[in-house]
Design a protein around this ligand. Structure first.
Ligand SMILES: Cc1cc2nc3c(=O)[nH]c(=O)nc-3n(C[C@H](O)[C@H](O)[C@H](O)COP(=O)(O)OP(=O)(O)OC[C@H]3O[C@@H](n4cnc5c(N)ncnc54)[C@H](O)[C@@H]3O)c2cc1C
Ligand code: FES
Length: 286
């Protein structure tokens, strides 16, 4: 008698199945960066998400990449994602025009713990495109503005032309109770703001560090220096939150591509508390 037991079929959780989304708006943000507004292609409801989460964007026949959501989580009418063209798939995503469709999986990953900042000052530190994953947190912080103490955004880019969401930042600076400082690495004579890396703005902060939370996103080296500067002004490691990037394939903790020592960035991150990752961030090749 054949006693072979068939292995249980590997379940294909819904999380692995892309739904089809349609581009309804495409806006050029920078020379290499576009924002796409997406709706469900069949007119059904869109995925709901929390600030800080990401999706897997899939261009048919080209490939799939993780991309953070950059829109307002309270807006159920569309999903907004901001993409820099750096290679094959991201370039294909940024070339999608209004009416084009793509596959979308998610949302995945952890969220910015915005509610932990209730009653506290909140410092948001962004470098370059890192402002995109932080924008949903900024929308939430502004929507619930009265629940927080001071709200400070420190943003650094290479050049003035690389400032993402520039008009929106100007609007926020003028209309809303948020302190915004923008610094650039290189500037021409017409730049009146700060020059230098964003971490240099941190020692200038006059905040009650025992009563403050920081959200940080940008290139990994910038996040390391930012976290260290935040520690120097008195923030504890568990009040600092970073969003990490690692290569991803499955995004659901199966393939191991995003392994970060004992964690998978796709499900234990991308947003992680600094005390959980500090030691590992100091090591290369992890
Ligand atoms: C959780 C998470 C969230 C992300 N959110 C965003 C986002 O909101 N917007 C966005 O544009 N990208 C985001 N990324 C990065 C994005 O996934 C990569 O840019 C993309 O996977 C590159 O794939 P590709 O096929 O276009 O390029 P590849 O062919 O894979 O790479 C082309 C070249 O670009 C370099 N490269 C790859 N990734 C990056 C990168 N992140 N930055 C700079 N150079 C890179 C490679 O080293 C290579 O030299 C995120 C990544 C993760 C893990
Ligand atoms: S991407 Fe597969 S385990 Fe994280």
């Amino acid at each position: 008698m054949d006693r072979r037991v068939e292995p249980a079929p590997v379940s294909a959780p819904d999380a692995m199945l892309p739904s089809i989304a349609r581009v309804v708006r495409r806006v050029r943000e920078l020379s290499d960066t576009w924002t796409l507004d997406l709706v469900s292609a069949d007119g059904g409801p869109l995925m709901r998400y929390a600030p800080g989460q990401f999706t897997m964007m899939y261009v048919l026949g080209v490939g799939e990449i993780p991309v953070s959501i950059s829109g307002d989580a309270s807006d159920a009418t569309r999903l907004v994602q901001t993409v820099r063209a750096v290679g094959k798939v991201s370039e294909a995503v940024t070339k999608l025009a209004a009416g084009d469709t793509l596959g979308l999986r998610g949302p995945y990953g952890t969220a910015w713990p915005v509610a932990d900042g209730y009653g506290h000052d909140v410092v948001v530190v962004a470098g370059g495109l890192g402002l995109a994953p932080l924008r949903p947190a900024l929308y939430q912080l502004l929507a619930e503005r009265r629940r927080f103490g001071r709200l400070i955004l420190l943003y650094g880019t290479r050049r003035p032309d690389d400032i993402l969401f520039r008009r929106q930042l100007e609007g926020w600076r003028h209309q809303l109770d948020m302190e915004i400082a923008v610094t650039v690495d290189h500037a021409g004579a017409d730049w009146r703001g700060d020059v230098g890396v964003v971490t240099k703005l941190i020692p200038r902060l006059r905040i009650d560090a025992d009563n403050a939370m920081a959200l940080v996103c940008g290139p990994e080296v910038m996040m390391r220096f930012a976290a260290s500067a935040l520690q120097d002004i008195g923030l504890s490691d568990d009040a600092i939150h970073l969003s990490l990037e690692r290569n991803m394939k499955c995004a659901v903790g199966l393939c191991g591509h995003c392994q970060f020592a004992g964690s998978f960035v796709c499900k234990d991150g991308a947003v992680m508390r600094y005390d959980k990752v500090r030691r590992l961030l100091a090591l290369k090749e992890i």
